[in-house]
Design a protein around this ligand. Structure first.
Ligand code: GAP
Length: 578
């Protein structure tokens, strides 16, 4: 059984996650988180919020899942958020053409290739349809937009889309969010919420789904002035698989500290390097195995339409590398696009410490000359003259000046442009912030945590499976068991369970079956501690506490039990020190 298969089996049996709406045959790419999965998900989201929002001093918002078409026209998703699709002429099944190529050849990252090349590769390798085995050679490779479309209100006059990333809900509200940040850069806005993509071929349970949760941070910075607190993470070691290494015959992962990666120019953006450092330690905190983890740089053809540099955090499962987070330097692409399309101001006014006096070249072209001379192009020529004056005032030093409009050159006598240089006093300037974006997929984090936590060993000659999840993340913190349902043990155990719940612990009370079976049930969901009430408990106010990984047990007083469990889960004390 592969890691993925045994995980899916355990996830369903123990209530982590299972295919949604099974009673009606389900729909591929939709999963329901069961009680353990929902608790784990909420713990991961809390840990993310703690590190990427609270500790960084950022703000969190919650925007709608459905937004009007104009938002996605501006963001570029309507035109460009496509995957390559191929349809089998024999059985009609549709597949992701780049994945079919990757699965059947040595080619990696086939999505960076043009559609025609992918079609040729499918024909050259005579790749067969995964559903019916008929040849796909000669079938066209088309673009398929991944957004789910809907209508807002009755009728079709107001199209809307389920958001394909939570990020747009932040970008589109920038003018308002900037006010809340008192128009002071840098500031970060985070969001944890659903994203929807109509994936052509959902696969590997939570890895490629059609509805998933993202935890995204959009950090708005002044590209000229703001710098990240690199010193905080400069000694963190990053396993980096750079674009250069990927293209070299003998390239591999390099272990570099954040400081080295920046100094050697392996990671070009200091901000991206900062978040790689922060994230690397956070992944370890939530239990991702650092021996099965790397940061991989996007190859040039793979970069998203908005990204200037991008690194993915990837985790290994079943020999495959799965992208769990994207770290992108998005520049001012998003704010620029929303400004252009909405006509609103997507800048921040940066006040200077002292007013400054600057020389400002201006033109005021004589339209009574430009009109008759250039007809319908007169206004464009005037605009081009204005832009040239700002860019290159020296161009106005001769008798004539030439500008280009739509590839055609227009020459104008300088005296008709009314060129002059004014001296003006300015109190500040409008800055369009750049965006640094760490974007986490919560489902993929959970899938990786479970796969990496899955452990098999032998206890008392019996095989055992347990999840060695960090106590902070485990869906249940304590299992409370009465040894038997007699002599007051059950009542005593219920009281302990209540007291632990009141103290804020997540507790399962279990009195069914042999005690060994109860331990195994908790082991399989990763419960780090079990408390057992026996005869001695009732007489002496003590219980045994069992640690999941070592299966060792210690007898402790029930006085301060809740605090002891809290100190253990928070790593303030160890089981050995009890
Ligand atoms: N705002 C940037 C953005 O959305 P992305 O790389 O497309 O970037 C970010 O997505 C993260 O969302 C990925 O690293 C992955 O963890 C998760 N993700 C993307 N598509 C997914 C899918 N179909 N199923 C599950 N998770 C997905």
């Amino acid at each position: 059984m592969s890691e993925g298969e045994r995980l899916t089996e355990l996830a369903k049996r123990r209530g982590f996650y299972f295919p949604a709406a099974g009673a009606y045959g389900g729909a591929a790419g939709f999963w329901t988180y069961g009680p353990q999965g929902a608790a784990l998900k909420s713990n991961v989201e809390d840990a993310w919020r703690d590190r990427f929002v609270l500790q960084e001093g950022h703000q969190e918002i919650s925007a709608p899942d459905v937004m009007p078409e104009a938002v996605f026209e501006a963001s570029g998703h309507l035109d460009g958020f496509d995957d390559m699709i191929i349809e089998c002429g024999e059985c009609g099944a549709t597949h992701r053409a780049d994945h079919i190529v990757e699965d059947n050849t040595d080619i990696e990252e086939a999505e960076s290739l043009p559609n025609e090349d992918v079609m040729d590769i499918i024909a050259d390798h005579d790749i067969a349809c995964p559903s019916c085995n008929a040849s796909l050679a000669g079938e066209p490779v088309d673009n398929f937009n991944l957004m789910f479309a809907t209508n807002i209100g009755p009728g079709t006059s107001s199209p809307g889309y389920l958001r394909p990333e939570t990020a747009q809900g932040i970008f589109v509200e920038f003018p308002q969010l900037s006010e809340y940040a008192r128009n002071q850069l840098p500031f970060g806005v985070a969001q944890i919420g659903k994203a929807y993509r109509n994936e052509i071929s959902p696969r590997k349970s939570l890895v490629r789904v059609r509805e998933f949760t993202q935890a995204e941070l959009e950090h708005f910075v002044d590209p000229e002035e703001d710098e990240p607190p690199l010193a905080d993470v400069e000694d963190v070691t990053l396993p980096l698989y750079s674009g250069e290494s990927q293209q070299a015959a003998d390239g591999g992962v390099e272990q570099l500290t954040v400081g080295e990666a920046v100094d050697e120019g392996v990671v070009t953006s200091d901000w991206v390097a900062y978040y790689l450092g922060v994230a690397r330690d956070w992944y370890e905190r939530i239990g991702i195995d650092m021996d099965r983890f790397r940061f991989r740089q996007h190859l040039p053809g793979e970069l998203a339409h908005y990204a200037a540099d991008c690194w993915d955090a990837e985790a290994e499962i079943d020999g495959d590398w799965i992208e769990i987070t994207g770290f992108a330097y998005r520049g001012d692409y998003d704010l620029q696009k929303h400004a252009e399309h909405s006509g609103e101001d997507y800048t921040v006014f940066k006040q200077y410490d002292e007013p400054v006096t600057v020389e400002r070249p201006t033109v005021d072209p004589d339209m009574s000359y430009l009109g008759p001379e250039f007809g319908g192009d007169a206004q464009s020529v005037a605009d081009a003259l204005e832009a040239l004056a700002e860019r290159d005032p020296e161009a106005f030093e001769g008798e004539d000046v030439t500008v280009e409009v739509d590839g055609e050159a227009y020459t104008v006598p300088v005296e008709e442009t009314d060129f002059s240089v004014e001296t003006v006093t300015e109190n500040g300037e409008h800055v369009r912030p750049h965006v640094v974006e760490p974007s986490f997929g919560v489902g993929r984090l959970i899938y990786t945590m479970l796969a990496h936590a899955y452990t098999e060993d032998e206890v008392d000659g019996e095989e055992r499976t347990y999840l060695d999840l960090p106590p902070e993340q485990a869906p249940t913190t304590v299992g409370v068991f009465p040894l038997m349902d007699k002599d007051g043990m059950a009542e005593y155990a219920r009281e302990i369970a209540s007291a632990l719940r009141e103290a804020g612990h997540s507790v399962t009370y279990d009195d069914s079956g042999a005690i060994g079976r109860r331990y195994r049930r908790q082991d399989e969901i990763g419960t780090p501690y079990c408390v057992t009430v026996d005869y001695e408990s009732v007489e002496e106010d003590t219980v045994t506490v069992r640690e999941r990984d070592s299966t060792e047990q210690k007898r402790v007083s029930i006085d301060g039990l809740a605090e002891t469990i809290a100190r253990l889960t928070e790593g303030e004390t160890t089981f050995d020190d009890l």
